[in-house]
Structures are given as C-alpha cells and as structure tokens.
Design a protein around this ligand. Structure first.
Ligand SMILES: [Zn+2]
Ligand SMILES: [Zn+2]
Length: 574
C-alpha cells in the first residue's frame, strides 16, 4: 500500500534486543493532564505498566532505574527541524544523524522535518529524497511535513497520494521568500481548500514577503548591508499582518491552521486573537526555543559572525521583553507548541552573507536545548507548571500531528520514549559540549535547571551518566494519519474545543488553571515601529554619506520612536 522505500536499518541485532526490559521505579510521572507517583515498566520498546509498585510483579533480568527525586516525562517532540537542508547555497550541518543525536541528548525523542520541494519539482520525488536521507541515519523516530512551494493540478493530485499512501498529514505554505517558495493569496486559498478536503493540517510561514523584498532592496541601496538589516527589513507588523491574513484565509475555507515559528509579540497577539475569535477552533501556534531563550539584540553585535549566527526568519526580535511574553502565551494556551527550527550553519556558510544580509543562510540551533530552555524559562521561572511543560514540549504536538497517544504520553501502550528528568541539577549550554555538528550555540552560557539524565528511545537507553549512545538508523518513519481527532472533531462540531479559556470561562486544565489570558488587553494595540521607508527618508539617518563602506553599518536602532515599555498588551495572572 505504500510507495515508500524500505528503510535501511543498520542496527545490529544485539542492540535491538539489548535492554528490552526496563523498570523505572520511585519517580514522579508527568503527563499534560496530571502528575503522580508511579513506577513504569517497559518491554520491547512499549510501556507495559504505569502504576504503584504494589501492583506489578517485575520479572527477572530486568534493567532497574531508580528515579527517586526525578520526573518521568514523555520524550520531547520537536515538530520543526531542517536537517541536511540546502538553503542559500549551503547545506545545514546537522544531518539526520547529528540532528537526531543532538535531539536525543537533550531529551527529544521524535522530530518532524520538512520536505522542501523545489519550484516545479514533484512533491513525491522530494518526499522520497528526504526519506532516503533520513531513514538510514535517524537515531529516533521521525515524521515529515511537506512544503507546498508551488501550486498546480499535479501538486494537488500528489497531495492526495502523500496523505493516503505516504503518511503525510500536514503541509507548509510560505507567505515569504518571494520568488522562491512564496505563494500568493489565490494559490494559498487553493492549497488550504485542498488540505481541508484531505483532512490534513495547514502550516504557514507567516511573513509578508512582498514587504520584505521591498524593504531589503531599500536598505541595501542605502548601504545597510550587515546582519542588523535582516530584522529591519521585516518588522514585527510584517509578521503580524501575515499571521492575521493566514488565519482569515484558512477560516474562509474552514481549514485548520498551524502557524509555525511565531516570533514577535504582535504576531502572538494576532494568533491568540484569532483563536478567541473562532472559539479555539482550528487555529494553533508554535514558537521556538530561540524566541524563548534569546533575543534579536544579538543581531546588532559588532562581530559579524556573532550577529549572523542569530539570523533566522522570522527574526529574533530586538524587544527584550519578547521571550517572557511568548512563554506567557504558551502558559495560557495562546500558543500550543515549541519547536526549534533547527537549521545549523557554520561560520563559513554564514559568511556567504557578508556584505549582503539577504544572503546569510537562515537558521539556528535548538533541537538539543529546547527542553532545557523551556524548563528554565518556563517552569523554573514560575510561568509553566510541569504538566503544561509536557503539553508544550510533546503532548500538544503529538495530538496535532496525530501521533497521540503513541507519542507524547506516559501510559501503558505508548512507545517507551521517556526522559528521566532531574529538575534539581543544572547544566551550562555551550558549543564546546553540545552534540550539534555546528560551531556556534545561540544559548551559549545559559545555565539551565532541568537535565535529561536518562533518555530512552523506544525502550533503549540512549543517554545515561552524561554519555550519549545512539544507534544510527534505529529511528523509524512515523506514518501520520489524516483527520486527527484533536482537530477535526472540534472543527466539525463533534466535541467542544478542549480548552475554553476566553471571556472569563474556566481555563479548564490549562497550566493548572492558574493563569488565563487577559482578553481585554488583546483589544489594545501594541506600539508599532516606524516604517523603514520613513526612517530611511528622514534626515536623522543620512545613511548615504556615512554607512556605505562596511558592515555592521552602525545603524543600530532604526526602530524610531519605539518605546518598549509602552506595549499595552499584558497577560494577567489570576
Ligand atoms: Zn519558516
Ligand atoms: Zn523552518
């Protein structure tokens, strides 16, 4: 029934059978909907038992792990990676081996990568290309999204085959990257309609590519060539406008929509507003470890390498209040998931953009550190409870991409993708100790509470005592069925939206029901930046005479009259 190639497995037999029975005792199990003391018994990669020690007779010859003082959480699901991805003349250095190895080291045991067809290329051909790169190399299970990077009858026909025979249930469209991947609204609508017909989930990269192209041209002409030009060409409202438009386009054809990498506060507000407008029906949002753990001030660093290493799209925002704000949106179900957008390039690749910021290969790390960053900035900071942490790092992604409860839950019958998490010790993130294949880490020096001490990938202990022992090719491709009930039952009115947190209604189980969005605040406007055209025209920035020769250009703060303190959007604690 499947066109997919037989995955090549390089795992020796002794590795497949070793440690096939594991008993984790004395730990605290954390799922998205509850936390309780329980022992966990695993056989052949599957969780067989979760409950009190008194209720199980553990057979002999079992590997016993003492999890006293530790949490037992579902392995992380990173729904957004780009391993071995060619972008702007370079290939990202974390391939499916190094990428999934880094993921597992950090407690993530499932990744979802993007098949990115070239314009005019068959989606199915591209899919097989990605499978042939991933299958022999992945150290943990993975699934795929497919990019709808151009539109035609052939694309539409192939989408049906991908859904029905090749395990794809989500498609990504681009509102940016003009001339490369960008779809116009008409093609977007056709794609969204098709996705709805197929019972799949639409994803968008939400930025207005036409504005970006115009601004980038103006900035380069004015001599702004350094990395700081990147965010200047794509201000917050350029992202917010596209988020708003995407939500409306999707709503018009009743297609469920998942906005990837929401990076700016105002984009997050648009997403939360749309969820409220449509009663939490059919709109979902993801933010990135990068957006939660660092900010765009680094893109103004005088060192080109440092600044360029922080370039991705949409950009990290220079407003330093962004990370906490995004975390609060996650806490209150304004956003649902965290990804990494892991797409790592080394110094020599980033240098392709020296003298022209539009040529800097886009991408940062995150697949390894996402769990620790979300714990540190979320749970340790008192914004997320541990259940919400599990929801935004694994369970919600499992539900949205129809992997639940096989993934994203500690329960009998689920895959034994498990992290024994120690919230009481710390580790310091560094490029010198990370497991990526890249020479930079955007979280360098961050001290994180929350360490994945033991990581099991389908029952196999892959991280222990600081050692990472993965098996190349051990991971499997996860076929994702269409019509995930967590989206479509709600969309079709069969069940009410799981989280009803608007208009003073109870917040249900979200984040322990402790906090909910202050929707009055959503009615107010954030303070927007002056448009770049205005800034370039004003005499205060006579860039023609001063800034042409080299980059960074010294035009550090072209955000005009913006006052970060004036943002009137806030989230209240109840
Ligand atoms: Zn994107
Ligand atoms: Zn991406």
């Amino acid at each position: 029934m499947s066109h997919s190639p037989k995955p090549v497995k390089k795992v020796p037999l002794h590795l497949q059978s070793a440690q096939n029975r594991v008993y984790i005792k004395n730990g605290q199990v954390v799922n998205d909907d509850g936390m309780f003391k329980a022992d966990v018994y695993i056989e052949d990669g599957i969780i067989k038992f979760v409950g009190p020690a008194s209720e199980i007779n553990v057979p002999g010859g079992v590997r016993v792990i003492d999890a006293t003082g530790r949490l037992i959480i579902p392995g992380g699901i990173d729904p957004h990676t780009h391993f071995q991805f060619e972008f702007g003349g370079a290939v990202s250095v974390d391939d499916f081996y190094h990428g999934t190895r880094a993921a597992v080291a950090g407690g993530t045991t499932t990744i979802i990568d993007f098949v990115m067809p070239n314009k005019g290329e068959s989606l199915i051909d591209a899919y097989h290309k990605w499978r042939s790169w991933a299958d022999p190399k992945v150290c943990c299970d993975y699934a795929l999204h497919v990019g709808v990077t151009w539109w035609s009858k052939l694309v539409s026909d192939e989408m049906k085959i991908l859904c029905q025979e090749l395990g794809i249930n989500s498609y990504k469209m681009f509102m940016a990257y003009k001339g490369l991947y960008q779809l116009n609204d008409s093609d977007m609508l056709d794609s969204l309609e098709r996705i709805r017909e197929l019972g799949a989930l639409a994803q968008v990269h939400a930025e207005n590519g036409d504005i970006i192209a115009k601004n980038a041209g103006k900035l380069l002409n004015a001599g702004v060539t350094g990395p700081e030009g990147h965010e200047m060409s794509r201000q917050e409202e350029v992202e917010a406008e596209a988020v708003h438009r995407a939500c409306i386009l999707a709503h018009q054809v009743d297609c469920p929509l998942y906005v990837v990498h929401v990076m700016g506060k105002s984009a997050g507000i648009e997403l939360a507003r749309a969820r409220r407008r449509y009663n939490n029906r059919g709109i979902y949002g993801e933010t990135l470890a990068a957006a939660l753990g660092t900010d765009g001030t680094h893109c103004h660093n005088n060192c080109f390498h440092h600044a360029a290493a922080h370039i991705l799209s949409p950009p990290l925002r220079s407003d330093p209040t962004t990370p906490e704000f995004m975390m609060r949106l996650l806490a209150n179900d304004g956003l649902q998931t965290t990804g990494s957008d892991n797409c790592t390039f080394n110094k020599e690749h980033k240098e392709l953009g020296k003298g022209n910021f539009t040529k800097i290969p886009n991408g940062v790390n995150g697949v390894e550190d996402r769990m620790s960053v979300v714990w540190e900035k979320g749970v340790h900071a008192g914004i997320l409870d541990p259940c919400r942490f599990v929801a935004v790092t694994s369970t919600n992604a499992a539900k949205l991409f129809n992997l639940y409860p096989q993934k994203g839950r500690i329960a009998a019958g689920s895959d034994a993708d498990i992290v024994v998490w120690n919230p009481n010790v710390t580790r310091t993130i560094s490029k010198d100790t990370h497991h990526h294949n890249c020479d930079f880490n955007i979280f360098e020096g961050m001290v994180c509470h929350g360490v994945p001490e033991i990581v099991l990938v389908r029952g196999r202990v892959c991280v222990e005592d600081g050692n990472v022992r993965v098996a190349e090719g051990f991971g499997r491709f996860l076929s994702t069925p269409v019509r995930t009930p967590y989206i479509y039952d709600v969309l079709e009115g069969k069940v009410p939206a799981e989280q009803s947190n608007g208009d003073g209604k109870a917040a249900g189980g979200v984040n322990g029901g402790v906090k909910s969005l202050n929707f009055d605040a959503l009615q107010k406007e954030v303070t927007y930046q002056k448009p770049i055209s205005h800034t370039l025209l004003s005499s205060a920035y006579d860039v023609g005479s001063q800034a042409k020769p080299q980059s960074p250009t010294g035009l550090k703060h072209v955000d005009g009259a913006r006052n970060m303190q004036e943002s009137t959007f806030s989230i209240s604690r109840k």
